[in-house]
Design a protein around this ligand. Structure first.
Ligand code: NAD
Length: 290
């Protein structure tokens, strides 16, 4: 009996606390983003939705923002600590309203992931200015507006503010039929560096980095039907990726998690490329042994 009482006493006083997958001794294991508030744009589906899931799993209060209200509402059903808000990233009034709403509800913003994006056919000879402008308004201006309003909200509220912009490996290479997309993604990289330096110089505790994903099967990639010849060429390209396959939304979300967490607190103005090594290779087959 006395042993039993002692055992109960010992258990009550121990610091064995289960959390998620791991158990800690003498330490309460918390998520890597415990207490943080995160806004993720374009998070109703694809990469953004996975980012929302991973950040919420790590303890962040997540705000899923999108223009696809139906998918956005259903995303929050499956992600704990999440809520949905309509936000067209190309609309400045939407940004003002959403940031105000977040401040009213949580009095802080710690993480912004500028993930919303679109692609479209624009080649340098026949592309229309209208389509060019539409893509820039989402893929570039949307990121500028996000950085602008996030800085204003974070500078007095975030402990370790982090802005993460989702670019693409398209920023490093030309896409003859998609110049508006690749140009906007290239611009995002320099915008990110400027934001990072600005925030540092102002003495704000806000970092800004970008992620360049390679090929990830999401609705953006899968909604376009290829003919047999295009499909064969695409598959050949996928096989040429050094890691031999496409990435998963989770691979991008894990990179975002690192940049959002305090583990990366000395990292700003830089790129995290998550592409299976595809841009590391010249593409030249080198079979010589001498
Ligand atoms: N999938 C890939 O292979 C790949 C590769 C490199 C980069 N990326 C980038 O990753 C990001 C996410 O892409 P994805 O593959 O998940 O695409 P996706 O098309 O599956 O999802 C994009 C989301 O953005 C939303 N969106 C579009 N316009 C918006 C606007 N004006 N305001 C708010 N939301 C808007 C859409 O409704 C959708 O939910 C994009 O920035 C994309 O350029 C994707």
């Amino acid at each position: 009996m006395i042993q039993f009482v002692f055992l109960i006493f010992a258990l009550l006083n121990s610091n064995f606390i289960w959390s998620g997958d791991g158990m800690a001794r003498n330490n309460v294991v918390k998520g890597r983003l415990e207490g943080k508030v995160a806004l993720i744009t374009g998070a109703a589906q694809g990469i953004g939705k996975e980012i929302a899931r991973v950040l919420a799993r790590e303890g962040a209060q997540v705000i899923i923002a999108d223009i696809n209200d139906g998918e956005g509402q259903s995303a929050v059903q499956n992600i704990e600590n999440s809520s949905y808000v309509h936000l067209d990233v190309s609309n400045e009034c939407d940004w003002q309203l959403v940031i105000q709403k977040i401040m009213n509800m949580y009095s802080r913003l710690d993480i912004l992931v500028n993930n919303a994006g679109m692609i479209g056919a624009v080649d340098p000879e026949n592309g229309t200015l209208e389509k060019w402008k539409e893509i820039q308004s989402v893929d570039l201006e949307g990121v500028f507006l996000g950085c602008k309003y996030a800085i204003q909200a974070m500078k007095n509220t975030a402990k370790n503010g982090s802005i993460i912009n989702i670019s693409s490996i398209a920023w490093t290479r030309g896409i003859p039929g998609g110049i508006a997309y690749s140009a906007s993604k290239a611009a995002v990289t320099n915008l990110t560096k400027s934001v990072a330096v600005y925030c540092g110089q102002q003495g704000y505790n806000i970092r800004c980095n970008w992620i360049s994903p390679g090929f990830i099967p999401t609705p953006m990639l899968t909604k376009y039907k290829r003919n047999a010849e295009e499909e064969a060429r695409f598959q050949e390209y996928i096989r040429s990726i050094p890691l031999g396959k496409m990435g998963r939304p989770e691979d991008i979300a894990n990179g975002v998690l690192f940049l959002a967490s305090d583990e990366s607190q000395y990292i700003t103005g830089t790129e995290l490329r998550i592409d299976g090594g595809v841009t590391a290779w010249t593409g030249i087959p080198w079979t010589r042994t001498n």
